[in-house]
Write a protein that binds this ligand. Structure first.
Ligand code: FAD
Ligand code: NAG
Ligand code: NAG
Ligand code: NAG
Length: 537
């Protein structure tokens, strides 16, 4: 039954492999010769003036050398400081913290082979780099790098459908809106993000919760194959049948294993759906939490249903926002009856397209503000949910006067049907299984205006996580899983996948990247060896 998509995936694989004959060696052996690998990619190091002394380049000089060589090789694909193109790029991140990072140069590859050359030049010169897809990771350095090379995928936005319309081959410059909008005319969709401007790259590599996750699992569970540039500059395919260990690692392992240049995603039939936000006053909290809990528990009864519940504090007002979604074009499905009986102050639910719904959410998450996300996971429990809500409204008073502050505690259920889908295609790396569920996933987040408020706002979020975790431990409800896509830079994601998976991930990294290129030369985001010492409060 599932065999057909793989055939389509293999066809894509074949085309990719044939067009890159120089990529047979996926690994970098101990005596790996970077200059030789570049030569295999058609780049003769001895003909690039900036590289004559590459062995002598150190520190900032390393990136001067790297950027000058890339400029020689790629011309206008390199953006340099103090140009409008450079400023447009650095201004394109979601959070102000990422916007204020200044790379030495920006590289805009148009093909996987460009990315391969970038990795090799970075190795040769020892210039650090970062990779940006949708740029929605919140903290500075997550997908940006001061004084290094930031790779922008703005010129890699292809979306190609396989002939049998089972696989969408998507380049990493796309946002989910781009993808859904392109698939809409065929009444097709893929399992991806719920907010228009989020990138395909970061969301998928960290897991990826979709409106359709109870039916299909996380985004990473619906990847037929990844095209990956390895530390050796090889362009390989990771799928259940090709480099299966790497495929497994990329399903949740983030940016630790390579740079993904194509996400070949399984498509699903999808027409109109129902969804929107229902706002409630704080007085309705007990009823809202009952509805949240009961829907989470009864998810197996109707896997078309999804929910996100946020408690928000704006202008001294406590609000609850219940975002409800249904994968079919049916309003007020009976599984939502408990929610729908609660009086609202506003209600945007309607039958619409997936792309349309993601625009709704996007409007609530504008670019240009300071941002932080923090997370924790617990066994789903009604009283604990209420406790966490109370902690949020209590602690928020310490920061409530910060300019333009919008703080929220966002609650979701990782449902049993979602967890069941984690096992698809050999499983993912997240370390959770059906027996763990249903789980309560919390995302404690704020947007605000001024850097001067950073310290106390970060403290506020740390406090919420600490108090929730402490209480959950007391009640025997704590689950040691940190969801990468919602984690702060102070949280150590990789060990939370469990000792066995953590060891396996490290083994796979050693195999494909024995020199630790993606650990050392790409220092941002969640590394295998813990929270970077660069992050201090
Ligand atoms: C408003 C908003 C809504 C969100 N909604 C959802 C949601 O519905 N579901 C959900 O699960 N999460 C959601 N998230 C969290 C989101 O998944 C993460 O913020 C994710 O990191 C964003 O991906 P990106 O590509 O936009 O980010 P980026 O900042 O571009 O990338 C994040 C990380 O991934 C790495 N990366 C990106 N592309 C590649 C690649 N091609 N190869 C290797 N590494 C790569 C980057 O280097 C970086 O370290 C949301 C976040 C925000 C801010
Ligand atoms: C860019 O402009 C700033 C401020 O004027 C200056 O300090 C910096 O050296 C310039 N960088 C380059 C590469 O010209
Ligand atoms: C769904 O419920 C809302 C009120 O919650 C109502 O306004 C709307 O007409 C209902 N739609 C359908 C199709 O029943
Ligand atoms: C979404 O649908 C609503 C209602 O039909 C419409 O007003 C709005 O313009 C649509 N938005 C997008 C982005 O298509």
């Amino acid at each position: 039954m599932r065999a057909i998509p793989w055939v389509a995936a293999m066809l894509i694989v074949e085309i990719v492999t044939l067009s890159h004959p120089s990529t047979s060696n996926a690994f970098a052996p101990p005596d790996f010769d970077v200059a030789k690998a570049l030569l295999d990619n058609g780049v003769d190091v001895s003909t690039i003036p900036a590289l004559l002394d590459y062995a002598l380049a150190t520190g900032t000089n390393a990136c001067k050398t790297a950027c000058t060589s890339l400029r020689d090789l790629f011309g206008s694909k390199i953006l340099t400081q103090n140009t409008s193109a450079y400023d447009a790029f650095t201004g394109s991140y979601w959070s102000q913290q990422q916007t204020s990072v200044d790379p030495y140069c920006i590289f805009t590859p148009t093909a996987a082979q460009d990315v391969s050359i970038l990795v090799l030049i970075a190795r040769l010169t020892q210039c650090p780099f970062a990779v940006k897809s949708g740029g929605h990771a919140a903290f500075a350095g997550a997908s940006s790098i001061d004084d290094g090379i930031t790779v922008s995928f703005e010129s890699m936005k292809k979306i190609e459908l396989s002939e049998d319309k089972r696989i969408a081959s998507i380049e990493p410059g796309n946002t989910w809106f781009d993808v859904y909008h392109a698939l809409e005319p065929d009444n097709l969709a893929v399992i991806g993000g719920r907010v228009a401007a989020i990138g395909v790259g970061g969301l998928t590599l960290g897991g990826g919760i979709s409106f359709y996750s109870s039916q299909y699992g996380f985004a990473c569970d619906n990847v037929a194959s990844f095209e990956v540039v390895t530390a050796a500059g090889a362009i390989i395919t990771a799928s259940p049948t090709s480099h299966a260990d790497l495929y497994w690692s990329l399903r949740g392992g983030g940016n630790n294993f390579g740079i993904v240049t194509r996400f070949n995603l399984q498509m699903i039939p999808q027409g109109l759906m129902w969804g929107g936000s229902r706002l409630h006053t704080e007085a309705q909290s007990p009823a809202v939490i009952d509805a949240f809990y009961n829907l989470g528990v009864s998810s197996p009864n109707d896997i078309a249903a999804a929910q996100i519940l946020s408690f928000v504090y704006v202008q001294n007002t406590k609000l609850a926002s219940a975002d409800l979604q249904y994968a079919k074009p049916i309003a007020n499905a009976s599984i939502f009856s408990e929610y729908l009986a609660i009086p609202t102050t506003s209600d945007t639910t309607s039958v619409r397209t997936l792309a349309n719904l993601t625009m709704d959410f996007n409007n609530k998450n504008p670019n240009g503000l300071r941002e932080t996300y923090w997370t924790a996971t617990f066994r789903l429990d009604k009283d604990l949910t209420g406790f966490i809500k109370d902690v949020f409204f209590e602690e928020v008073l310490s920061v409530a006067d910060a300019d333009a502050l919008v703080p929220a505690i966002t609650l979701q259920v990782i449902t049993v049907p979602m967890l069941r889908n984690f096992a698809k295609h050999g499983g993912n790396a997240l370390g959770l299984s059906e027996e763990d569920g249903p789980l309560l996933l919390i995302d404690s987040n704020s947007m605000w205006a001024n850097e001067a408020d950073d310290e106390r706002i970060l403290k506020f979020h740390r406090k919420i996580i600490e108090r929730s975790v402490e209480e959950a431990k007391k009640r025997g409800l704590f689950v040691d899983y940190i969801y990468m896509n919602y984690a702060s830079q102070f949280q150590d994601v990789m060990p939370s996948y469990g000792a066995k998976n953590y060891a396996r991930l490290k083994g796979v990294a050693r195999k494909y990247d024995p020199h630790g290129v993606f650990q050392v030369l790409q220092p941002g985001y969640f590394k295998l060896d813990g929270v970077s010492s660069r992050y201090t409060e």
